[in-house]
Write a protein of this length. Structure first.
Length: 190
């Protein structure tokens, strides 16, 4: 505990040197916070000051956090890796697989051969992909007017799969679904 003022000094110095425009740091023990510090600005040159509750977009780093939390719930018996995730997320009860496009350019969809499970969502084997690395999905989204995941809109998750759950691996939006709670989709900040 006596070293915590040194943390303030290190973080404040990083801002002062210009290493980072702003920083928020926290440390906890199981039952209580033991450190909280916020330094610098949210935007340069004269943005609002960083505060302990400043919201950051951490992009794909959320995948590690979400997967860890899910596995803790599996350990506690509150989630199961191989039960259909539709039990918690009814929106995923009848996933469709994009098989391509017909001569008129319309998507060809078919029902997935098996349900999506938590295991598939957290291991990138659900069949969900990112459009930026998958041309057919990019084409599908443009045709249907679906925004990209970077928009942080829930509509960005309303996509078909590109392969059946458990059959392949592709980095994608599966964990974005995994962080939804109990079927009630929550608004994410942009």
């Amino acid at each position: 505990m006596d070293r915590l003022p040194k943390v303030d000094e290190v973080l404040r110095s990083a801002v002062k040197r210009g290493d980072v425009p702003g920083v928020v740091a926290m440390a906890t023990k199981r039952d209580a916070a033991i450190y909280e510090g916020a330094f610098g600005r949210r935007g340069l040159p004269d943005g609002a000051a960083m505060t302990a509750d400043t919201v950051f977009w951490i992009a794909s780093m959320i995948k590690a956090i979400t997967s860890t939390a899910a596995m803790q719930l599996v350990e506690q018996g509150k989630l199961a890796l191989d039960r259909p995730i539709a039990d918690l997320l009814p929106e995923l009860a009848a996933p469709q697989v994009l098989e391509g496009f017909d001569e008129a350019g319309e998507p060809r969809l078919r029902p997935a051969r098996r349900p999506i499970a938590l295991r598939h969502l957290i291991t990138h084997t659900s069949g969900f992909v990112y459009d930026i690395w998958n041309e057919p999905m990019c084409q599908y989204m443009a045709l249907k007017g679906i925004p990209g995941v970077i928009s942080c809109q829930d509509a960005a998750l309303d996509l078909p799969l590109v392969f059946d759950p458990g059959e392949m691996w592709d980095y994608g939006i599966g964990i974005d679904w995994g962080r939804q709670s109990g079927g009630a989709r929550q608004r994410r900040a942009p």
